[in-house]
Design a protein around this ligand. Structure first.
Ligand SMILES: [Zn+2]
Ligand SMILES: [Zn+2]
Length: 562
């Protein structure tokens, strides 16, 4: 008999593409998320004779990489029910705002709440959505409304005469646990996943995201402090900050961080928010009763986002204000929709701006290729404000759940493979790391057979200390990994201690120039090697650049070596 538990990934969320998975559980076909930009792949299944490609759809959260295909899907198959948490139902319409003004949005928002598209399910209440199929949602952290989805299928009780046959057919219940995106730590606007709620569920299969692979992150508070310090320093240098963010999540987190962090409260700086990100903020105001109680308390004393009185001021960036932004000499912070073209902000004076880009496992390669188009005078800072579990968070969730199978999705394939190489997982669970379009069979209850999983190569090297220099020699094979090119790009590495371990990181050309301009510009006549350069300004009255801000690689005839 065919296995009654399988997972067919239409899209596994490798390198930023969306997530869309079809799970066959007992008699039912459940679509988990629909992050496809184009749903035609779902329709191909119909050619094989089905009425619809799935029986029900569940959406984990409102981020576009999990939800953007839902409206198209609903238009094509209006009879198929779609379920999500209540907050996700409210936030979903933000995925389809293109080309509308903020006012039109709020009208649309009023009459076309996600309810038409999607039915809300309460937290932590098992509900039978199809015969024998029960779904229960748990808060996942990561984004308001984000849910862990727990599915239980119980086959119908067979008639007595058929019981033996049923036994022979192994008609048993199945359970699947899907994480969507999850995060264990508390963020400013959403509480972290509470492991106690899901401890010991022992699903037959766990489908789990692994965006950060086996990376280890500092504590969330430490990440916040570091970001705030970096921003504070940049403003102190008289430069403005440009933050491209998605409509939901990161932007609101950063705003809330700046509104409540002691380094910024009371600070005379204007924070501007472009129209689409502002729409996201307004949506947060509508879900205020679902936000953490600390946030609700804050909102009782002052506006959550829009505030003209209390410093720092947070304001909507409308076209009228754009002009005042350009003419103002005061440094400011601007949050823009990351999908838009935001080069116009820094185009005229890139040296006055610093671009803050999120450092995330899966997007780093893309950012690098994009950064090559940036003007060289534009400084870029990669910050970490994680919204997903790191290695510890991921393994903690797994060990608390104790599944039989683990299906890793969502992240670069090298990062996901790193997870399948972890010995602590290999020895306990059956691991899968599927490609899109390849069916994963999840045989249940059988004797433990570990499918062939890759073994992470361990490279042995040699250390040599010669006087003041340490040389590390590694075998050639290490360069076979696709990550090597990026790592070895400049031939320079940065090293730091992490406990007793030494961590090596490849340095990109841009990082070198920004962190320590003199290192690459050593000996070259340029501003960073000139006696008169003080905090990136020229102090030489005989120079045409006198009192101007100068880039490290700048030059004038009045150059005087250090
Ligand atoms: Zn997400
Ligand atoms: Zn995601």
């Amino acid at each position: 008999m065919d296995s009654q538990l399988t997972c067919f990934p239409y899209s596994v969320g490798h390198d930023g593409e969306g997530v869309c998975l079809l799970v066959q559980i007992g008699d039912h076909r459940v679509l988990l998320d629909c992050g496809l930009a184009d749903i035609s792949a779902l329709e191909e299944g119909l050619a094989l004779g089905g009425k619809s490609p799935m029986d029900v759809v569940l959406c984990s959260h409102a981020h576009s990489d999990h939800a953007r295909g839902l409206r198209q899907l609903h238009q094509r198959f209006p009879q198929i029910p779609i379920y999500a948490s209540e907050v996700t139902t409210q936030l979903l319409p933000l995925n389809w705002l293109e080309g509308k003004t903020s006012q039109e949005n709020s009208v649309e928002h009023g009459e076309n709440h996600g309810q038409n598209l999607c039915t809300a399910l309460p937290w932590r209440s098992p509900i039978e959505i199809l015969p024998g199929l029960v779904v229960e949602l748990f808060p996942a952290g990561h984004l308001p409304g984000a849910a862990l989805i727990f599915l239980t299928y119980t086959p119908p009780e067979p008639a007595q005469s058929l019981q033996l046959a049923a036994l022979a057919q192994n008609l048993r219940p199945y359970t699947v646990f899907y994480t969507g995106d999850f995060f264990l730590s508390h963020a400013r606007l959403v509480e972290g996943l509470d492991l106690q709620l899901v401890r010991g569920l022992q699903p037959d299969a766990l489908i789990i995201e692994g965006i950060y692979g086996t990376a280890r992150h500092p504590h969330r508070r430490q990440q916040e402090n570091q970001l705030v310090e970096q921003m504070s320093r940049v403003l102190g240098e008289g430069r403005s900050i440009l933050l491209p963010v998605p409509i939901l999540g990161m932007g609101q987190e950063i705003l809330m961080l700046l509104r409540s962090h002691h380094q910024f409260t009371g600070r005379r700086v204007d924070i501007w928010v472009d129209q689409s990100v502002a729409t996201g903020c307004d949506a947060y105001l509508e879900i205020l009763p679902h936000l953490p109680s600390t946030v609700q308390n804050f909102a009782r004393h002052q506006p959550l986002f829009w505030d003209d009185r209390v410093l720092p001021r947070v304001r909507r960036l409308t076209t009228d204000f754009l002009g005042s932004l350009e003419s103002s000499s005061e440094p400011c912070i601007v949050l823009v929709d990351h999908r838009n073209d935001w080069s116009s902000y820094y185009q005229d004076a890139p040296h006055n701006w610093v671009l803050f880009l999120p450092h995330s496992g899966q997007d780093s390669s893309k950012q690098d290729s994009r950064s090559q188009d940036f003007p060289s005078e534009l400084n870029i800072i990669n910050y970490l404000l994680a919204q997903h579990g790191d290695r510890q968070g991921t393994t903690q969730l797994i060990h608390n759940l104790r599944p039989q199978h683990i299906v890793f999705i969502h992240g670069s394939s090298t990062y996901l493979e790193d997870l399948t190489c972890l010995e602590e997982l290999q020895s306990r669970y059956q691991l899968h790391c599927p490609k899109a379009g390849v069916l994963v069979d999840l045989p249940v209850g059988e004797t433990f057979v570990q499918p062939s999983v890759p073994i992470q190569p361990n490279y042995e090297g040699e250390l040599n200390e010669l006087g003041t220099v340490v040389t590390i020699t590694l075998p050639e094979a290490i360069a076979a990994d696709p990550r090597w090119q990026k790592f070895a790009d400049t031939g320079l590495v940065e090293a730091h201690w992490q406990g007793d371990e030494l961590v090596l990181k490849g340095l990109s050309a841009r990082e070198i120039l920004q962190q320590n301009p003199s290192r690459t510009l050593l000996g070259i006549p340029c501003c960073s090697n000139c006696q008169y350069e003080r905090q990136q300004r020229c102090t030489n009255p005989h120079s045409p650049l006198y009192r101007f801000k100068v880039p490290p690689e700048g030059y004038c005839p009045a150059f005087v070596p250090l």
